[in-house]
Ligand binder design. Structure first.
Ligand SMILES: C[S@@+](CC[C@H](N)C(=O)[O-])C[C@H]1O[C@@H](n2cnc3c(N)ncnc32)[C@H](O)[C@@H]1O
Length: 238
């Protein structure tokens, strides 16, 4: 028997918005881990004590500089959509907040290349690794008013704890960016861990079910919803 399994990072159908059978076959996350990882606290302490010194990759710096140049053309409040995948949520936010900049970041060029036709001008989609992008954004004084982290890869195997953003050395930079944080997941344990990590850094939050009649914000949310999975969101107001 496998320790845990998930199809959360399965490649979505390029057909995108069409309702197709794969959308209904998404399985719930299963894991031998049913509560926050007992090693999380230790990781949080470690990462708070030692600054994350890994050098920033040139391609991430270039991507960051390009976005920063565009943002400088017009003073607007900023919304970050970290791990935006195909950017559906970034576009939705751009229409919802026409006077804000929305920056959607994902490391997958393939996902970012889909469905770009209707991307409004206040929405910038950028290919970069968040491990570097968050640090650059913080160093350059970015202060997003909202920070979305929608359906991050859950990495549900207990031995993969360190792959989860909140157990990674970059997490203090994520927190330092500030703003209202919203994260969504189909694995509640992920959000419980994120809540623990935010509390460690002095940020309160709550976790609630996402009502089933709310329109999906993202491709993955639509897929999970179509297969009847319970979904949760964590909200932390700055
Ligand atoms: C499960 S998908 C969710 C995508 C989108 N938010 C949605 O709900 O449809 C997780 C996304 O996070 C991206 N991702 C994971 N780790 C990343 C990192 N270190 N930097 C940038 N993107 C990352 C993946 O490429 C993937 O598109």
């Amino acid at each position: 028997m496998t320790e845990s399994s998930t199809r959360d990072d399965s490649t979505p159908n390029p057909a995108g918005r069409a309702s197709v059978p794969w959308e209904c076959s998404s399985r719930e996350v299963t894991s031998s881990q049913t509560a926050p990882h007992e090693d999380l606290e230790r990781q949080l302490i470690r990462h708070a004590q030692r600054p994350f010194a890994k050098p920033v990759a040139a391609y991430n710096r270039e991507a960051f500089d390009q976005v920063a140049t565009q943002l400088a053309t017009s003073q607007r409040a900023l919304i970050l959509d970290s791990g935006c995948g195909t950017g559906d949520s970034s576009r939705l936010l751009a229409y919802r907040y026409p006077n804000h900049w929305i920056v959607g970041v994902d490391r997958s060029a393939d996902r970012l290349s889909r469905q770009r036709a209707d991307t409004p001008p206040n929405c910038l989609l950028v290919r970069a690794d968040l491990i570097d992008f968050w640090r650059l954004a913080h160093e350059h004084g970015w202060e997003p008013v909202h920070h979305y982290l929608l359906y991050p890869n859950p990495e549900p195997k207990p031995r993969h704890l360190k792959r989860r953003f909140h157990a990674h050395p970059v997490f203090p930079a994520f927190v330092a960016l500030g703003g209202r944080i919203e994260s969504r997941s189909n694995w509640r344990v992920y959000l419980e861990e994120l809540a623990q990590a935010l509390a460690f850094h002095g940020r309160a939050c709550h976790i609630e079910s996402i009502p089933t009649d709310e329109p999906p914000m993202t491709l993955f949310e639509r897929k999970y919803r179509a297969s009847g999975q319970p979904l949760w969101r964590l909200i932390s107001v700055d």
